[in-house]
Write a protein that binds this ligand. Structure first.
Ligand code: NDP
Ligand code: 2IT
Length: 449
């Protein structure tokens, strides 16, 4: 292992997710750093791996039984070389500094790839919204924002949603921010459409993912028509990825949550998807209920002790992991190759382990890393910021056209950067190199800070 990588690991002991994300980027940008002594001299990679600021705070709130609850709250302001910090908030019991630092680190390069002026950040809490009443979620969001509001601003740091944070949570946090600061600004993205939110933002990550994959398929004159697709997750990203797949004539056959997954050999049609959306977004139910409603589907419970997830063992043409980090491990990658999958694009952040990526690439799978293929969400957040700054709303068609253009640009810049460094067709290397060079050049120009 290189000295540089070892020093990052030593400085951040025990943070395995952060180490994984840093190693993955370093492996592909090492050649760029070695070729450009100015990057090495200015210690750019070392600086990129150290957050500019990491805010950690206590969140105290009262549950429906009148009991006092204490949670951890964080915001990682990772890098502001190319714009205000930008990135989501995750509410999930697993949230810790390692997970947020890996996400904030990924976000630096992802945001750079969008072509919009956004730096990298991420935040969240170990609060678990599952099973909480609306009132509890509201009181938690207000308590969380009572501290976070001191550290964010529409020109400083603009959070948005991620796992466990959707339209409901953004609404409660926006209301709290407005009351505390006494100002109406676009401090969060993913807002409701009547109060500053952009059309297409809810759809953007899932739609953008499929637009990206469409560009990948177009490289070999192929399309989604008739393609069988494996999708994991059943939240925001998975729902709109499946919707776009249906629109384009593909057949999504799986969906999951942390308890298990469903396999529907007939395909998850748009009508069945409506049911999933109501089940997950309104009733906040479990994906298991899909198999009770549709006899064409089978439900498989998650076996937490297993080294693989049988979801990825079904025969298919394409795969879209849209749940969480490290959900595709070596054995899953082997199963995907065996099952005939030729394209895998990540909707989630870092859903594929490093060993699994290697197996996919060796198996001839065209692989797109999340920092490129799921960038449509933050890209459209960037479009929401532009609309808020100028006090206007664009139409659905305008935003969708811009989203398609952003995804095509990212796709092309990945291929371009990969080719320049002799790794033709490698989206992983291309995404890391293109994102890194943009941020590195901005940091160089701004001096030693
Ligand atoms: P949601 O909260 O809407 O949905 C998350 C989904 O993933 C749920 O089905 C959830 O199941 C499942 N999931 C979460 N944690 C786990 C786990 N530990 N094991 C198994 N399944 C799990 O989140 P999003 O759809 O917004 O986010 C999904 C992924 O996409 C994340 O990796 C996120 O970082 C990434 N992403 C999101 C963007 C956005 O705009 N929202 C943008 C770019 C990336 P359950 O209900 O059981 O928890
Ligand atoms: O991982 C991500 O890119 C997001 N959760 C979206 C971030 C944003 O600011 O829209």
């Amino acid at each position: 292992m290189s000295k540089l990588l070892k020093s990052v690991i030593d400085r951040n002991p025990g943070e395995s997710e952060f180490h994984q994300a840093v190693e993955e980027v370093y492996e592909t940008v090492e050649a760029v750093i070695k070729k450009n002594p100015k990057y090495q001299k200015a210690k750019l990679f070392e600086r990129m791996t150290e957050p500019e600021r990491l805010i950690s705070f206590r969140v105290t709130w009262v549950d429906d039984k009148g009991e006092v609850q204490v949670n951890k709250g964080y915001r990682v302001q990772m890098n502001s070389a190319i714009g205000p910090y930008k990135g989501g908030l995750r509410f999930h019991p697993s949230v810790n500094p390692s997970i947020l630092k890996f996400l904030a680190f990924e976000q630096i390069f992802k945001n750079a790839l969008t072509g919009l002026p956004m730096g990298g950040g991420k935040g969240g809490s170990d609060f678990n919204p599952k099973g909480k009443s609306d009132g509890e979620v509201m009181r938690f969001c207000q308590a969380f924002m009572s501290e976070l509001s001191k550290h964010i601003g529409h020109r400083l740091d603009v959070p948005a949603g991620d796992i466990g944070v959707g339209g409901r949570e953004i609404g409660y946090m926006f209301g709290a921010y407005k009351k505390i600061q006494n100002e109406f600004t676009g401090v969060l993205t993913g807002k409701g459409q009547g109060w500053g939110g952009s059309l297409i933002r809810p759809e953007a990550t899932g739609y953008g993912l499929i637009y990206f994959a469409q560009n990948m398929l177009a490289e070999s004159n192929d399309s989604f028509k008739g393609k069988t697709c494996l999708v994991s997750g059943s939240g925001n990203v998975a729902q709109f990825a499946m919707k776009k797949l249906c629109i384009l004539g593909a057949k999504p056959v799986t969906a999951s949550d942390s308890s298990g997954y469903i396999y529907d050999a007939d395909g998850i049609s748009q009508e069945k998807l409506e049911y999933i959306m109501e089940l997950k977004n309104e009733k906040r139910g479990r994906i298991k209920e899909y198999a009770d409603k549709y006899s064409s589907a089978e439900y498989f419970e998650t076996d937490k002790s297993s080294d693989h997830n049988p979801l990825w063992a079904h025969e298919a043409d394409c795969a879209f992991p849209c749940a969480t980090q490290n959900e595709i491990r070596s054995k899953d990658a082997e199963n995907l190759v065996k099952g005939g999958v030729k394209l895998l694009a990540e909707g989630a952040n870092m859903p594929t382990t490093s060993d699994a990526i290697e197996i996919l690439l060796d198996g001839g799978v065209s692989y797109a890393p999340g920092k490129a293929s799921n960038a449509g969400g933050v890209g459209t957040s960037g479009l929401e910021m532009v609309q808020n700054y100028s006090g206007i709303y664009w139409t659905r068609e305008e935003v969708d056209t811009k989203l398609r253009a952003i995804m095509k640009d990212i796709h092309d810049s990945c291929l371009h950067a990969a080719k320049e460094y002799g790794m033709e067709g490698n989206y992983q290397a291309g995404a890391n190199i293109a994102g890194f060079v943009k941020v590195a050049d901005a940091m160089l120009a701004q001096g030693i800070i």
